[in-house]
Design a protein around this ligand. Structure first.
Ligand code: SF4
Ligand code: SF4
Length: 385
């Protein structure tokens, strides 16, 4: 297995499952299951024992490996600079070994099949990908400055469609030159990669790169931080070099142009850093700059913020497979309780996975009267408060 040589170097000090101040559990899978084997250090030893053939390949082993949300907290907080960068790579390589052995959980297999056969995880028709844009009468991409890549959630999920709509509307009003691929758009493949199916990821990425090149794309705006990460960091390794922006970057440019509406009242809001924008790409400011620029918004921070943010639990494919599962100790429910403790009335997100994870968590916690979850583009569009 690739990265197998780093496994023995972990001595399970456990710092990687904590935030910087060591006061909380910040590895989502350990937080949920409370067994060391679900922690990053435990995963290292589990993988080592498995590769040594001290333990067998079992469905339980697969469930443990696939419960990792690829949040990157361990990479951020492991105390050993010599191998910390490769921690998550090792966990993904472990999943890859299970893919090779055809020993993956059924929900993961179903996800891969849907992506391969339909180009999206929902098995929806490709011709309906741009339905969200009908009312806006958006142009297909034909050489505009930006391609607006909305991804599978932006195309088919109700929350994602609203995010895509609000972002597109703000860009139209702000005079941004952009087009969409519509039925030529396909899954970006980030979750496929984070679940270790490297052949399928390569297939998806190469097809997308070709599609982008054929259309003459140079600059891409993504709705999802997951697509942002893939296009920026993984596609470039396969020869796909594009200038990639998350929509929060574009909103930051546009916010100064939008007419400020001052009502005299203020509303406290808090921001949840998406892992693939924050820890994976070190981008913590664009969304905060947008929020601070809106009159009447008081930005309050959660205890765990920026590089210490607790993942919503949806990464690493868990949004689709739900291997991490729900319950009071699920990361999303812990996170919405943390948001509520700040006194915020709105939990602002910048990822189409986070929004649904938190909406469900808020319902499960029974705090819908106290805390609302909104995407950044909706906040800008509505001009809160
Ligand atoms: S901080 Fe690094 S060395 Fe310590 S348990 Fe985690 S992975 Fe192992
Ligand atoms: S990437 Fe996140 S979920 Fe996975 S082991 Fe590291 S801290 Fe835990």
């Amino acid at each position: 297995m690739e990265y197998a040589e780093i496994l023995h170097r972990c001595f399970r000090c456990g710092f990687c499952k904590l935030p910087s101040d060591y006061t909380d559990i910040n590895c989502p899978s350990y937080l949920k299951f409370k067994f060391e084997t679900y922690s990053p250090g435990g995963r290292m030893w589990l993988l080592k024992a498995w590769l040594n053939k001290d333990i067998k390949t079992t469905p339980r082993l697969a469930e443990i490996l696939f419960s990792c949300t690829a949040c990157g907290n361990c990479v951020e907080h492991c105390v050993f600079p010599a191998f910390k960068e490769d921690l998550l790579n090792a966990f993904i390589a472990g999943k890859g070994e299970l893919v090779n052995e055809k020993a993956i959980p059924p929900k993961v297999r179903d996800y891969f099949e849907a992506i391969y056969l339909h180009g999206n995880p929902f098995k929806r028709l490709r011709k309906n990908r741009a339905n969200w844009a009908t009312e806006l009468n958006l142009e297909s991409f034909s050489g505009q400055t930006y391609l607006f890549y909305v991804g599978c959630l932006g195309s088919y999920d109700e929350n994602g469609q609203k995010m895509a709509y609000h972002t597109a509307k703000l860009m139209i009003d702000g005079g941004v030159s952009f087009g969409i691929l519509g039925d030529k758009e396909s899954c970006d493949g980030n979750e496929v990669r984070s679940m270790g199916e490297m052949e399928l990821f390569k297939h998806i990425a190469e097809k997308n790169i070709q599609e982008f090149r054929n259309a003459g794309v140079e600059n891409i705006i993504t709705l999802s931080p997951h697509a942002y990460h893939s296009f920026k960091n993984d596609y470039s390794q396969l020869g796909g070099h594009f200038n990639v922006y998350h929509y929060s970057h574009i909103l930051k440019d546009l916010i100064g142009k939008k007419e400020a509406v001052t009502s005299g009242t203020s509303i406290p809001v808090t921001f949840h850093d998406p892992c693939y924008l924050g820890r994976h790409n070190n981008d913590y400011q664009a969304a905060r700059d947008v929020l601070r620029a809106i009159p009447g918004i008081e930005l309050v921070e959660m205890d765990r913020t920026m590089n210490n943010a607790l993942c919503c639990g949806g990464g690493g494919g868990n949004f689709y497979t739900d291997i991490l599962g729900g319950g009071p100790d699920s990361p999303a429910r812990v996170r919405v309780r943390e948001a509520l403790e700040t006194g915020a009335e709105v939990l602002v997100v910048a990822c189409p996975q986070c929004i649904l994870m938190f909406e469900d968590a808020i319902k499960s916690e029974g705090i819908s009267e106290k805390l609302n979850v909104m995407d950044l583009s909706e906040v800008v569009q509505s001009g809160l408060p």
